[in-house]
Design a protein around this ligand. Structure first.
Ligand code: PEP
Ligand code: MN
Length: 365
């Protein structure tokens, strides 16, 4: 159930509605839209008397959310959610480009990749420090050391860090280093972990499970939102089918379907979606054309030597080339990719100096 407040309802009126919902034993989630506020009522709603709210000052009407995912649903929140991550925003006109290696393997590897993806225009650096591997004998990630390396790259290049957290116990530690917490495909129904990231104030990138339906993905997002963390991004990363020529079947349908069903930003992962670097660019372009709010792409300076996911990793040169292609696709669908070179050109023009075409960009020391 959603209590729709009048366009000019006051903070006191909204506060009174929230208090009344709590008195009735349910959980109120106020959603502040551009035009009006609505209060979504979830949890134990058996003792909630809808009629009691109709006569309260500032209340316009009461509606029902038909979808099982209440807070994630467009019915509760008509506008697109824009997630602010320190200086960046995800879900607006600007596309969020997240790039970096599958795993943090060493300081040198990560800093080299960070410099390259920054130069190509990415704003977010991805890299796993805790890796969910199919085999217990495979590289499990550098752990805390990996987080420290990611933090160093963030300081050095001004990139925002996206990294996976695998257990509820590790959430506070990973949240200290990460700008965005990634929940991996294998953990999408780890409800204890979803609840744990629901309790911290860090944006979450929630990856669709390889065997999850779109509705299951939204129900998992609901766990995080219901915990009070409203900064959730949904990520399509391919599902398992009978097809053998690709690692997963990249379900591009999910992008517009999720945008219809939910107000949350949608990020596409063509690296895991395909498993093949040679078709990553085509599917990245397609995802932007389909309406994705951002991309997460694996990039490795030497893919043949990568400890994990080398076969789907782009070299820095191929990633830079892809970014140029993506700018054109973005423009065609009324989106934008702002790269470092744009920012430099703009800044220098404002400064009254010459535009920075061909200016050398930072490289690691
Ligand atoms: C990853 O991002 O490297 C990863 C392990 O992804 P997924 O959980 O989608 O398999
Ligand atoms: Mn990977």
């Amino acid at each position: 159930m959603v209590i729709v407040m009048k366009a000019h309802s006051t903070a006191a009126e909204i506060g009174a509605v929230i208090a009344r919902v709590q008195e009735m034993g349910a959980n109120p989630h106020p959603i502040y839209g551009t035009e009006r506020t609505v209060v979504a009522v979830v949890g134990e709603t058996r003792y909630v008397d809808r009629d009691a709210f109709r006569s309260m000052p500032g209340v316009e009407n009461i509606t029902t959310i038909s979808a099982p995912f209440k807070l994630a649903s467009r019915e509760s929140h008509a506008d697109d959610t824009i997630i602010h991550v320190n200086g960046a925003s995800i879900g607006g006109r600007d596309l969020a480009i997240m790039a970096g290696p599958c795993s943090v393997e060493s300081r040198e590897q990560l800093l080299e990749t960070a410099a390259a993806v920054k130069e190509a225009g990415a704003q977010f650096l991805r890299g796993g420090a805790f890796k969910p591997r199919t085999s217990p004998y495979s590289f499990q990630g550098l752990g805390l050391k990996g987080l420290e390396i990611l933090a160093e790259a963030r300081e050095k290049y001004g990139l925002y860090v996206v990294t996976e957290v695998m257990t509820p116990e590790a959430v506070p530690m990973v949240a200290e280093y990460a700008d965005i917490l990634q929940i991996g495909a294998r953990n999408i129904q780890n409800y204890g972990l979803l609840q744990a990231v629901g309790r911290v104030q860090r944006p979450v990138l929630l990856k669709r499970g390889m065997m999850s339906s779109i509705e299951e993905l939204l129900m998992s997002a609901e766990y995080i939102l219901a915990g009070g963390n409203y900064r959730v991004m949904l990520c399509e990363r391919g599902i398992r089918t009978f097809e053998k020529y690709t690692r997963n079947t990249f379900d591009l349908n999910a992008v517009p379907v999720l945008k219809q069903l939910s107000h949350l930003p949608v990020i596409a992962d063509p690296s895991h979606g395909t498993g093949r670097w040679d078709i990553v660019p085509a599917m990245a372009r397609a995802a932007v054309a389909a309406g994705a709010d951002g991309l997460i792409i694996e990039v490795h300076p030497h893919p043949a030597e990568a400890i994990s996911d080398g076969a789907q990793s782009l070299t820095p040169a191929r990633f830079a080339d892809l970014m140029q292609q993506l700018k054109r696709v973005a423009e065609a669908v009324d989106r934008n990719i702002s790269t470092l070179s744009d920012a430099q050109a703009g800044a220098e023009t404002l400064d009254g100096r010459s535009a920075g075409v061909g200016k050398e960009l930072p490289v690691p020391a």
